[in-house]
Design a protein around this ligand. Structure first.
Ligand SMILES: C[S@@+](CC[C@H](N)C(=O)[O-])C[C@H]1O[C@@H](n2cnc3c(N)ncnc32)[C@H](O)[C@@H]1O
Length: 331
């Protein structure tokens, strides 16, 4: 099937932090999983840097269809799999030398109004990366006021969450079906932004996108899947785009490296853990040069760690700062 380039004449997605990532994980060899294939920028970078094979995974069918034009150039070195990175160990089907996750949405998704991620251009209120399941419009028009407020507060750190949720419930007597209508409802609840400040609907759109795509549970399960799949000495590299995501990755790696138990000299001996990850990098941000070429890299942070030979453990999401919503009163 021929797939139209959604952004003809433009680069579909500029890979973020790829240069520092390749430097941190060097030397690259063996089989890698790219759990967020997108436009394939990381995958091509890994193949060029020496990976024998990359399994490219994406939950967005359009991302994989677009790659059909060039993926055959790599022959058996590139395998594409539709699915979520929470299943990356099963989808890869073999022990891995490295895993990369570049979280969030791609420029291809944001820049296509019909995907419903953007408050800059009008489109249907959709936001589903996989194009399946409950859309943002379903959530906004049917969730209870308190559930909406919880989503905005816990997933978007929106301090005006209750005010915005009330305004949404008031406005949805006429169903809210487009991105610009939602953006206007939110904007009316907040002070006008000063020059240089982000659009007032930024936090609301982030929160709804996270809820629609279950992004936090995906991240927690994706980290656990990477732990199961990586060989001893294998590399995990994760790029996040906001502080809530970065905190989850940081916490996961701290716990998995045994930093917490080893720092507590009062912990009983049974709690001392054999590290499952070691050699944790600091959070690495974009260089001035990268920022000048790609302002979308502004909030990106890279963390890298190396898997040890210790057996993988079952993950408890509550221990790695995954924001949990109250379960009562969702509808
Ligand atoms: C920021 S883009 C990745 C861009 C890619 N690194 C590149 O250089 O082209 C994120 C991609 O990951 C996909 N994605 C997000 N969450 C996912 C998940 N849980 N499982 C699989 N794919 C996911 C999105 O559909 C999107 O295509």
């Amino acid at each position: 099937m021929e797939v139209r380039d959604p952004l003809p004449g433009r680069q579909p997605h500029i890979p973020v932090l790829l240069t520092p990532l390749l430097k941190e994980v060097a030397p690259v060899s063996g089989t890698w999983a790219d759990g967020t294939f997108g436009a394939g920028g990381y995958t091509r970078g890994l193949l060029a840097a020496g990976a024998a094979k990359v399994v490219g995974i994406d939950r967005d069918p359009l991302a994989l269809q677009m790659a059909e034009a060039w993926a055959p150039d790599y022959g058996p070195r590139l395998v594409l799999r539709a699915g979520t990175f929470s299943d990356l160990d099963t989808l890869a089907g073999e022990p891995l030398d490295g895993v990369v996750l570049d979280l969030g949405v791609s420029s291809m998704q944001i820049d296509q109004p019909e995907r419903g991620f953007s408050f800059q251009k009008d489109g249907p209120l959709d936001m589903r990366m996989s194009q399946q399941g409950e859309s943002a419009a379903d959530l906004v028009n049917h969730a209870s006021e308190s559930h909406l407020a919880d989503i905005l507060f816990h997933y978007g750190e929106e301090r005006a969450s209750r005010r915005i949720a009330r305004a949404i419930v008031e406005a949805r007597k006429e169903p809210i079906t487009t991105t610009l209508r939602l953006a206007e409802i939110v904007a009316k609840c907040l002070p006008r932004p000063k020059p240089g400040q982000s659009h007032p609907a930024t936090r609301t759109f982030q929160a709804l996108r996270i809820a629609v795509n279950a992004e936090f549970s995906e991240l927690a399960q994706g980290l656990a899947a990477a732990e199961r799949a990586l060989k001893p000495g294998g590399k995990l590299a994760v790029v996040t785009f906001h502080s809530l995501e970065d905190r989850i990755v940081k916490r996961f790696l701290q716990l998995a490296s045994g930093a917490e138990a080893n720092a507590n000299r009062y912990a009983p001996a049974s709690q001392s853990v054999t590290p499952r990850f070691t050699d944790l990098s600091k959070a690495i941000g974009p260089s001035d040069d990268e920022l000048a070429h790609n302002p979308r890299a502004r909030s990106a942070r890279l963390r890298v760690a190396t898997r040890t030979a210790a057996p993988a453990l079952t993950l408890d999401p509550s221990r790695i700062d995954v924001p949990l919503l109250p379960t009562k009163g969702r509808r």
